[in-house]
Design a protein around this ligand. Sequence first.
Ligand code: BF8
Ligand code: SF4
Length: 635
Amino acid sequence: PKNPLRTTDPGTIEMLKVAQENKLETVFDRFVAQQPQCGFGYKGICCRICLAGPCRVKAEDGPASRGICGATAYTIVSRNLVRMIAGGAASHSEHARHVLHTAHELVEGKTKDYEIKSPEKLHKLAEKLGIETLNRDNMEILGDVTELAYEDFGRYKDRPAAFLDSFLIEQRHNKFLNTNIMPRNIDGTVTELMAQTAQGVDADPVNIIFGGLKGSLADLVGEYIGTNLSDVLFGIPEPIVSEANLGVIEEKMVNIAVHGHNPVLSEMVVGAARELKAEAQKAGAEGVNIVGICCTGNELLMREGVYLATSSASQEMAILTGVLDAMVVDIQCIYPSLTQLCDCYHTKMITTEAIMKVPGAQHLAFNSETAMEDAKKLVRIAIEAYKRRDPKKIALSKTRNSLVAGFSIEALTDIFGKINPERPFSVLTDAILSGQIKGVVQMAGCNNLKRQQDESHVAILKELVKNDVFVVATGCSAGAFAKMGLMNSEAVEEYAGEGLKSFIRQLEEANPQLSTKLPLVFHLGSCVDNSRGMDLVQAMAKELGVDTPKVPFAASAPEAMHEKAVAIGSYCVSMGIPTHVGTMPYLEGSDLIYGIATQIAHDVFGGNFIFEVDEKIAAQKILNALEYRSWKLKI
Ligand code: BF8
Ligand code: SF4
């Protein structure tokens, strides 16, 4: 391969050398050890849904072209695929459920450690959901909001999930009802999908895929609950400056990485770190440095300006600096291998959630009732570990880049609103209609070592901004840009095309109150905050007076990995968005399913998957999709 390291992230490259010198195994070695990966699995034509299997589609025709029960390639591929969506929806909603429980405990008076940080968001959310706000106490309003959110998890009545329906423009609402994919709840939809795809149930690939799309919308319900309630409890993100990459882990500090997804825990750790500064100083450090990994990092970066240490594929690298004192994890995207590396260092690994334990890690159950107390225990474990650092093992990274994050829809509305207060999003759509910018692309998703880490994110971004596309980003895609120094104003100068540059400068001139210049790519938040992107595309649709399939808006997940990414991609398609994916999902074993994903979906929902591993060609396909839509709008 052109780059045997399989990463393009300079911080990770520094640390990989440390791993190699010390013969420490990392994900990069295990990726190589797994090659070649199974061809049947890759194509999605291995079925192990029942104990008669595993069955593989081994021939074009005859008995070997089907599983023992007679399931054909298209049935097996579609079942496998939508079970991934069910997994994604379950994951995002588990995250949302935790935020919801915390909000509920606050309402019940069971926790004193949380508050309604943004009454403004609470009121807006309640109004959207049809909950009365006039002359009512905030806690009462939050009580009704949480009740409705709980109903969205388990509703049996035939009524669409409120945390989706209230966020949809009319045309999408009707489309989802007419195609029978509007979920009425989350838990029931995930369960139904498992039942639908069990041995001997649905064999019709179209019906299975439509079940999957309903599952993907259930995922979006969870994301809407997660994003909105997090904003209520922890504040609406606003533009904020910070830094990213492994160099933010500093020798003179007690360093705690918060890794995973849920702000409920990590927000408390940030508070506890501030309170326990004196204890850290007593131990010889200058203070406590919280750094984020993956999406919990994005959550804290967006609201608190906490440094982002790294993203998913390079999570192990944080330990190799030799100065990470604790790795505190909640749920999702956490490599079980972390303990293996922690064992070679003084670093303490601590799991905190009942459904997420790793052999070798210490488990400290985190409860919202005792949140601050628990968070302080975590910080103290790190301070103790700090005293046991081995100076011989210290290998600091020099890579850290400045960034600007914090672009919630509210923040974007404020920024655009300085130019047109009545119709903020017309600023964006007018710029598209005038040709100043070509459209909007939401870059999202993970790292996947099938690609060189971050290479595809960066290559596609550069191609898009050079061609005047306004880019928003979430998750590890945003992480890649932050780490690489592409999420700041200098990057606008260096990489933006003339149209995009003038658009961003125009926004800056209209917003002198901002303490920072604007970045090349606008950070929308964590993966659940892809829901913010769905608000954005619909705000643009409203402004243009059209349905979403007519909006010059596309999505791209160049290095998709997690089941959650499969769910997100699928709801983007349902939302009428052309959606590029750069790592192939397991569907090449059925031309029919490939066709449904890339073409039939377009006929029904107006969105479609664009599977393309070559970055240049992918960027061109995304640009073509945007251009076609802008051209249609203008005629
Ligand atoms: O939810 S982008 S690798 S960290 S799944 Fe995971 Fe993928 Fe990163 Fe965030 Ni999202
Ligand atoms: Fe084989 Fe059918 Fe069982 Fe799948 S469900 S493992 S194809 S017998």
